[in-house]
Design a protein around this ligand. Structure first.
Ligand SMILES: *Cc1c(COP(=O)(O)O)cnc(C)c1O
Length: 469
């Protein structure tokens, strides 16, 4: 029996029928999925996936921004297997611990920027951000400032899908379902130039815009009263929002504003962490020093679920020294199998030198590739940060005029990507990639050829349908 039949066992149509009958997918229109049928992914290796029809697909999204070391890494598989055999589960409540959780906490403190010596484990990024909300409020309570409750985030941010995660996030479609945001969470605008301008920025304009966007925080603090503001949270680079890379001036100005008002800074590193931006953490690339960092996804390269919060000394000191019990935790906080995979993953990232590989080699190579793609007539702007890239599709390259929203140009392009064997994500008019960090230059060339082909097919559609200027 070959691997494909062993792992699938049924025909594609059979899988799709059972899927539609029973499986409610996340972020999915159930009826339209049932009509089309899900694509069934059955195996993977390196940066490639195979579906149940045996078609090979280049995964330019690393699963869901998480498979940093690529698929099929023996060290991670062995670490999970060994730990499953030795001790598949024990909790970290009631003054107990397991070696993998201790080792991972120690290793995270090693790779984190200076001042991060403590870790709180969760099962996911969303739970990490729920932990953030409870932890920063607890911090201010312990300091005798219980009125410091409000957490400021940004519109079009993504911080997860639990009640607190979705509230911290700035996705209107999510807030519209279920009475969100929860109290004490407010949003300012995102540092996205093209939300305000069609044409690309002229000399100096982007830096000025970065300062302006950071000052929206200062305005919000003035409105709320600094004495009521607990923390500011942001992704160094917004991922799910469409790979929104802030101007270099933005984060240092945010940091200055927070420091002036004593407000905690939370860096949501769920996507940016573990080498994605060419440093271990995105805050290092963006040039700021947070007090707390949420992590998940790349910590295990997605092989098993794990998340958590890296707690800087300012907060850790108060929690520990003034503490008493922090009444918070999850059954799977410090899950030994997940942590064993995390340890193997971080060691492998080190051994393979993946952070340097992104910083010095494939990151710059992706940037150069993207500069080439910027010449394609559909592309209005092309941006990268480390191994994240975005192409903004426009109706008219000269003016940067966007397509009318009802054209759904990103979805048109994404449809071609699906058919051509490329996983690239569409966020409105932005086509984005975040491939595994193990990608090579030759594989970036292969990805770029597929992207070009899909852009050509999308352009042909636009011509035929009369969508262009
Ligand atoms: C994916 C993501 C989350 C949520 O993580 P889950 O593991 O899906 O709960 C939080 N923050 C950011 C920035 C993310 O990209």
């Amino acid at each position: 029996m070959n691997t494909t039949t062993r792992t699938t066992g049924r025909t594609t149509q059979e899988w799709q029928a059972a899927d539609a009958a029973h499986f409610l997918h996340p972020f999915t229109d159930f009826q339209s999925l049932a009509k089309k049928g899900a694509r069934i992914i059955t195996r993977a290796e390196n940066i490639y996936l195979w579906d149940s029809d045996g078609r090979r697909i280049l995964d330019a999204m690393s699963g869901l921004w998480c498979v940093n070391v690529g698929y099929g890494q023996r060290a991670l598989i062995d670490a999970a297997t060994r730990q499953l055999e030795q001790l598949p589960f024990y909790n970290a409540f009631f003054q107990t611990a397991t070696p993998p959780a201790i080792e991972l906490a120690e290793l995270l403190a090693e790779v984190a920027p200076p001042g991060f010596q403590h870790v709180f484990f969760t099962g996911s990024g969303s739970e990490g951000n729920d932990t953030i909300v409870r932890m920063v409020r607890r911090y201010w309570d312990l300091l005798g400032q219980p009125q410091r409750q409000v957490i400021v985030s940004r519109r079009n941010a993504y911080h997860g899908s639990t009640m607190a995660g979705a509230s911290l996030g700035g996705m209107e479609g999510m807030h519209a379902q279920g009475g969100l945001p929860i109290p004490g969470i407010v949003h300012i605008g995102q540092p996205y130039w093209h939300e305000h301008h069609d044409a690309p920025p002229g000399p100096g304009q982007l830096e000025a815009f970065g300062i302006e966007a950071a000052r929206w925080l200062e305005d919000k603090i003035a409105e709320l009263g600094a004495e009521n503001v607990a923390a500011f949270i942001g992704e160094p680079v917004q991922g799910a929002g469409g790979v929104i890379i802030p101007p270099a001036s933005y984060w240092p100005e945010i940091e200055r504003i927070c420091r002036r008002h004593g407000i905690l800074i939370v860096s949501d590193e769920v996507i940016c962490g573990f080498g994605r931006t060419g440093r271990w953490f995105g805050c290092e690339t963006m040039g700021f020093a947070p007090d707390l960092m949420t992590f998940a996804k790349g910590v295990t390269s997605g092989y098993v679920p794990l998340g958590g919060v890296l707690v800087g000394e300012r907060v850790a000191k108060v929690l520990i020294e003034r503490g008493g019990e922090f009444a918070h935790g999850y059954t799977y906080s410090g899950h030994p199998v997940a942590c064993a995979v995390g340890v193997a993953n971080l060691r492998l990232i080190r051994e393979l030198g993946l952070v340097g590989h992104v910083h010095d080699d494939v990151g710059p190579y992706l940037a150069a590739t993207w500069r080439e793609l910027a010449r394609h007539p559909l592309v209005g702007s092309a941006e990268t940060c480390g191994l994240m890239g975005a192409l903004r599709l426009v109706r008219d390259q000269a003016s940067g005029e966007p397509f009318p929203a009802e054209v759904e140009i990103g979805m048109v392009c994404r449809g071609h990507c699906f058919r051509e064997g490329l996983i690239m994500r569409a966020v409105g008019d932005r086509m984005i990639v975040a491939p595994p960090l193990v990608i090579t230059r030759a594989q970036i060339d292969e990805m770029a050829a597929l992207v070009t082909r899909c852009l050509d097919l999308t352009l042909a559609d636009a011509r035929r349908e009369g969508w262009l200027r």
